[in-house]
Design a protein around this ligand. Structure first.
Ligand code: 5GP
Ligand code: ZN
Length: 119
């Protein structure tokens, strides 16, 4: 899997080369609204470092992954999803991954999301 970041859309958003509706940013993480929301609240939490997906992570990524998950609830609440939300991480072709830069989807809104489990 390529680790080039030149043409990676989320690296480019992290570098500020492509606009995004950001709701959080620090030196290692950026969160921004999904361009094609699948729920009333739908944003992405992304490490600025290019990591392809959860197949590619090792111990060096544990801290940032923990921070990403740890901020999901507060950001969801801040976006108006205070009564429930879901986190999704798609990995690889059969996991439905379209952008090959690791990201956590945060989905919420005003209706129950259901179990979300494949049937
Ligand atoms: P995946 O299928 O890889 O888990 O999800 C990729 C997500 O990124 C999709 O929900 C898609 O709508 C979103 N996305 C793709 N390109 C852009 C973009 O340029 N800007 C933003 N904000 N979201 C994007
Ligand atoms: Zn990237």
């Amino acid at each position: 899997m390529s680790t080039s970041t030149d043409d990676c859309i989320f690296c480019r958003i992290a570098r500020g080369e492509i606009p995004a509706r950001k709701l959080y940013e620090d030196d290692e993480i950026v969160a921004f609204h999904d361009i094609a929301p699948k729920a009333p609240v739908h944003f992405l939490i992304v490490p600025k470092q290019h990591v392809v997906n959860l197949y590619e992570v090792d111990e060096s990524h544990e801290r940032v992954l923990g921070r990403m998950l740890g901020m999901a609830g507060g950001l969801a609440r801040g976006e108006g999803a205070g009564n429930g939300f879901r986190v999704v991480v798609n990995n690889g072709r059969l996991g439905g991954q379209e952008v090959y830069h690791l990201h956590i989807h945060v989905l919420g809104g005003n209706a129950p999301l259901g179990s979300g489990m494949p049937r």
